[in-house]
Design a binder for this molecule. Structure first.
Ligand SMILES: Nc1nc(=O)c2c([nH]1)NC[C@@H]1CN(c3ccc(C(=O)N[C@@H](CCC(=O)O)C(=O)O)cc3)C=[N+]21
Length: 284
C-alpha cells in the first residue's frame, strides 16, 4: 500500500485564508484587528526564522503583527516586565514567547506570567488544566494542528486506537488530551515504554513527537494506519527529517504527514487561529 499524503501546507494555507476573511470582516465593521505579539530573546538561528515566519504570516492576513526582539542578556526580571506590559495592553490579543529561552531564564516562571486569556501557545497551567479537564481554553498550536489534519484525513476518530509517542508539555500530553476528547482510546508511549514497536503496531493513529529523526520504522506501523509526524529534526546535510522513517512508513500507512509540509505549517496557522479565538473571547 502507498499512503495518501496529508498535505499540511495546503491545509494551513486554507486555514490562514479563512482566518484572513474573518479579520477582513472585523476591519470592514470598523473594529480593531487582532494583535499578535511574539517575543524572541536572543539569537538562536532557528528561532529567528520561526519568529520571522509567524510575524510575516500574521501580517499577511491583516493582523496587527509585532515581534519584540530582546538581547540574549535580557534578565528574567526584564522579560517579566515586558510580559506585564503586554498583559496590560488592551490592543494585545495574543502573546507568544518563543522557546527555548536562554538558560538563565526560568521558562515556567515566564509562561506562568502570561495572561491565560492571551496565551495563544496554550501553555499556561490554566489552559493546560482546562484541557486536562476536558474543557477548552486556548489549546497548544501543534496539537491543534495535528487534530485538524486528523479530522481531515479520517471520517471519524471515535473508538480508534491512538498511540502518542512522547510526553512533552508542548505536544505529547496535550495531543493525547485532544485525542481522548475525540473519543479515541489513547496510549502515551515514552522513553521507558517496553516494546515500543508492538505498542505502536496497535495504533490506528500514530502521533510521533519525540524529536529523534526517523525513529519510527515502517514495520512498527499497522497497515492502513494514519501517521502524524510532529518531528522537525535538522539533519547534518541541512535537510529536515521527521520522527518517522517516511520512506518506510509510507509503504504501510493509509495516510501520512510529510516533513516538511505537514504539521509545521499547521502549527503557525493554528497560532493565528488561537489569536482570533483569544480576540473574540476578550473583545466579543
Ligand atoms: N513558544 C513556542 N511556540 C511554538 O509553537 C514553538 C516554539 N516556541 N519554539 C519552536 C517550536 C517549533 N515550531 C515550528 C513551527 C513551524 C514550523 C514549520 O513551519 N516548519 C516547516 C519547515 C520550516 C523549515 O524549513 O525550517 C514545515 O514543517 O514544513 C516548524 C516548527 C514552533 N515552535
Amino acid at each position: 500500500m502507498t499512503a495518501r499524503i496529508i498535505d499540511g501546507k495546503a491545509a494551513a494555507a486554507e486555514l490562514r485564508a479563512e482566518i484572513g476573511r474573518e479579520v477582513a470582516a472585523l476591519e470592514a465593521a470598523g473594529k480593531p484587528v487582532p494583535g499578535l505579539h511574539v517575543v524572541l530573546v536572543g539569537e538562536d538561528p532557528a528561532s529567528k526564522v520561526y519568529v520571522a515566519s509567524k510575524e510575516k504570516l500574521a501580517a499577511e492576513i491583516g493582523m496587527n503583527s509585532v515581534a519584540h526582539r530582546l538581547p540574549a542578556e535580557t534578565t528574567e526580571a526584564a522579560l517579566l516586565a515586558k510580559i506585564a506590559e503586554l498583559n496590560a495592553d488592551d490592543g494585545v490579543d495574543g502573546i507568544l514567547v518563543q522557546l527555548p529561552l536562554p538558560k538563565h531564564i526560568d521558562t515556567g516562571r515566564i509562561i506562568d506570567a502570561i495572561d491565560p486569556a492571551k496565551d495563544v501557545d496554550g501553555l499556561h497551567p490554566i489552559n493546560a488544566g482546562l484541557l486536562a479537564g476536558g474543557k477548552t481554553g486556548l489549546v497548544p498550536c501543534t496539537p491543534l494542528g495535528c487534530m485538524l489534519l486528523l479530522k481531515q484525513a479520517l471520517p471519524s476518530l471515535s473508538g480508534l486506537e491512538a498511540v502518542v509517542i512522547g510526553r512533552s508539555e508542548l505536544v505529547g500530553r496535550p495531543v493525547a488530551q485532544l485525542l481522548l476528547q475525540a473519543d479515541c482510546t489513547v496510549t502515551i508511549a515514552h522513553s521507558r515504554t517496553r516494546d515500543l514497536p508492538a505498542v505502536v503496531k496497535r495504533a490506528d493513529i500514530v502521533v510521533a513527537a519525540v524529536g529523534r529523526p526517523r525513529m519510527v520504522k515502517g514495520d512498527w506501523i499497522k497497515p492502513g494506519a494514519t501517521v502524524i509526524d510532529v518531528g522537525i529534526n535538522r539533519m547534518p546535510d541541512g535537510k529536515l527529517a521527521g520522527d518517522v522513517d517516511y520512506a518506510q512508513a509510507a509503504e504501510v500507512a493509509g495516510a501520512i504527514t510529510p516533513v516538511p509540509g505537514g504539521v509545521g505549517p499547521m502549527t503557525i496557522a493554528c497560532l493565528l487561529r488561537n489569536t482570533l479565538t483569544a480576540y473574540r473571547a476578550r473583545r466579543g
